[in-house]
Design a protein around this ligand. Structure first.
Ligand SMILES: [Fe+2]
Ligand SMILES: [Fe+2]
Length: 164
């Protein structure tokens, strides 16, 4: 059984979280504008893909499983947090060069995302594990891993065609 295909959706999401948190740490450890720019680009791509698979696949599945339960509203707050993150991502994409303003905006994005990740890992993911059941989780894991590859390819192509 190949485990590497991300058949566990909870693990897949947690690995993504680790990756972006690492990028935020790297950003804070450098003052080099070029490195910062590279880190920002990569973080925005990772965040877009991650938010995409959550919004398209994981959140709706969670919502369905959590109906009428105490954990139902967690997803509403998560969606609002994504909304704020998407606004910041859009603004950062419109900033071609890294200056103090860009760095400040990215720092606020990082703070928001760290908080959001904490909530997902402390509340939503454990609840999802309980509510969804092994078979459904497995299905979601396969679907999410497939969609993640697809979205990464699409967004990389889109980024390459705009970055002249
Ligand atoms: Fe999220
Ligand atoms: Fe997440």
């Amino acid at each position: 059984m190949p485990q590497s295909d991300g058949a566990d959706p909870i693990e897949l999401l947690k690995q993504d979280h680790q990756k972006v948190k690492q990028l935020f740490d790297e950003f804070e450890q450098t003052n080099n504008r070029r490195s910062q720019q590279r880190i920002i680009r990569q973080a925005l791509l990772e965040l877009d893909v991650h938010a995409g698979i959550e919004e398209e696949i994981f959140y709706p599945a969670y919502q369905e499983a959590a109906q009428e339960s105490e954990e139902e509203d967690i997803v509403l707050e998560a969606e609002e947090e994504h909304h704020v993150v998407h606004l910041l991502i859009g603004e950062l994409r419109d900033m071609p060069e890294v200056d103090e303003r860009t760095a400040a905006k990215f720092t606020v994005l990082a703070e928001n995302v760290r908080h959001h990740i904490d909530e997902e890992e402390k509340e939503m993911l454990p609840a999802a594990k309980r509510l969804l059941g092994n078979n459904r989780l497995q299905e979601l894991g396969v679907e999410m891993a497939r969609r993640k590859r697809e979205l990464t390819r699409e967004l990389k192509q889109a980024a390459a065609s705009t970055a002249m």
